[in-house]
Design a binder for this molecule. Structure first.
Ligand SMILES: Nc1nc2c(ncn2[C@@H]2O[C@H](COP(=O)(O)OP(=O)(O)O)[C@@H](O)[C@H]2O)c(=O)[nH]1
Ligand SMILES: [Mg+2]
Length: 341
């Protein structure tokens, strides 16, 4: 048999050595690249454990400062008496936030009055987003502490802001929702209905636009945006999230057990954090389901297509491989109560 091989016997060990060498070099290169591009989340600064609410009267700036509730860890899930927490990551959102808050506050007052909180995480905005949110709380005469406004000292990215807000939430269910109000807020009821089935185990309800792929909302987006969207979907599929069609929708809800299982472990602070959330969910066998929501394109997107799509592609591949190679480990981010908090 061997004598018939196209490679003479004498060269076979050499070829094998080359092949082995190439595999080793490639593995080292891939591993080093993953380590190079991996993220270590910055732990929050003392000023970021503080929030403002509308307790200063009509004059903005007179509000008192309050401590956020203790950070949620895997062994310390929230046990507050609030039904719903809404986390809104905001980066320079003065022009878009009002519409979203109008829709959310009207719905929440009607269906969950007295039992909800809105946590606005202002991610180092320079346009006065924090003050604007307090102004809206005043306009609606919300009781103090219904709206909590946290200001991050420096921009961290949407994932960092969402993680920070969720780790300080108190609701039995916690939703993060984009400030542009692109998703119809009342669809929250479908997400809650799904989570209600799980009283004692973690679960995630994933707002999804997958059913809208052929509708005007998506078709009318620019060609380049759609091209990049399909490219990203392909990468997400190749790199392992196969059960979820729309990983990127900014409308996801968690019960408090899922918040405790996922968010203390987050590394990714930028756009692709949704994929890490879902990966952490899959790795830990957490129940999750995509739930169709009504969504429309809203102008003023903060995504810079040229810059962000490259960063997103890198983060996506790196996140997947980092868990595969053990570069990212559960419980290593310093928020799980094992290291400094
Ligand atoms: N915290 C934080 N949030 C951001 C940042 N950029 C965008 N966001 C928020 O992420 C959400 C979605 O942003 P958007 O620009 O509408 O993204 P798109 O819908 O994917 O185009 C909004 O609530 C933004 O305020 C950022 O750098 N930091
Ligand atoms: Mg948007």
């Amino acid at each position: 048999m061997f004598g018939e091989s196209s490679i003479p016997d004498i060269f076979q060990p050499i070829v094998l050595c080359y092949a082995l060498g190439a595999i080793i070099v490639l593995s080292i290169l891939t591993y080093s690249t993953v380590v190079f591009f991996s993220h270590t989340p910055r732990l929050h600064l003392p000023s970021e454990s503080i929030y403002r609410t509308n307790d200063g009267g009509e004059n903005l700036g007179l509000e008192r400062k309050h401590s956020l509730p203790p950070i949620i860890s895997p062994t310390n899930a929230s046990s507050g008496n609030i039904d719903i927490s809404i986390i809104i990551p905001c980066y320079n959102e003065v022009s878009r936030l009002k519409r979203m808050l109008d829709e959310a506050i009207v719905y929440l007052e009607e269906h969950h009055g007295g039992k909800y909180e809105i946590i606005v995480v202002d991610d180092g905005s320079s346009d006065g987003t924090s003050n604007f949110a307090i102004k809206v709380a005043n306009e609606y005469k919300l009781k103090p502490h219904v709206m909590k406004v946290v200001q991050l000292e420096k921009n961290r990215g949407k994932g960092g802001a969402v993680t920070h807000g969720l780790l300080h939430s108190q609701g039995k269910y916690a939703l993060f929702a984009d400030a542009d109000g692109a998703t119809q807020f009342s669809d929250i009821k479908h997400l809650i209905n799904y989570l209600k089935q799980f009283s004692n185990e973690p679960a995630i309800a994933i707002g999804s636009r997958a059913h809208m792929v052929n509708t005007d909302a998506v078709v009318n987006r620019s060609l380049i945006r759609n091209f990049l969207m399909y490219g990203l979907h392909a990468l997400v599929f190749i790199f392992g999230i196969r059960k979820i069609q729309d990983t990127q929708c900014g409308f996801k809800m968690f019960n408090s057990q899922a918040v405790a299982k996922i968010f203390p472990h987050m590394h990714t602070e930028r756009w692709i954090f949704d994929v890490e959330v879902l990966l952490l969910g899959e790795l830990q066998g957490i129940k999750m389901k995509e739930i169709s929501v009504t969504w429309k394109e809203v102008d003023g997107s903060k995504v810079d297509l040229a810059r962000d799509s490259i960063a997103m592609a890198i983060d996506l591949v790196v996140t997947r491989l980092a868990y595969l190679f053990g570069v990212y480990k559960i419980d290593e981010c310093g928020r799980a109560g094992k290291k400094q908090q």
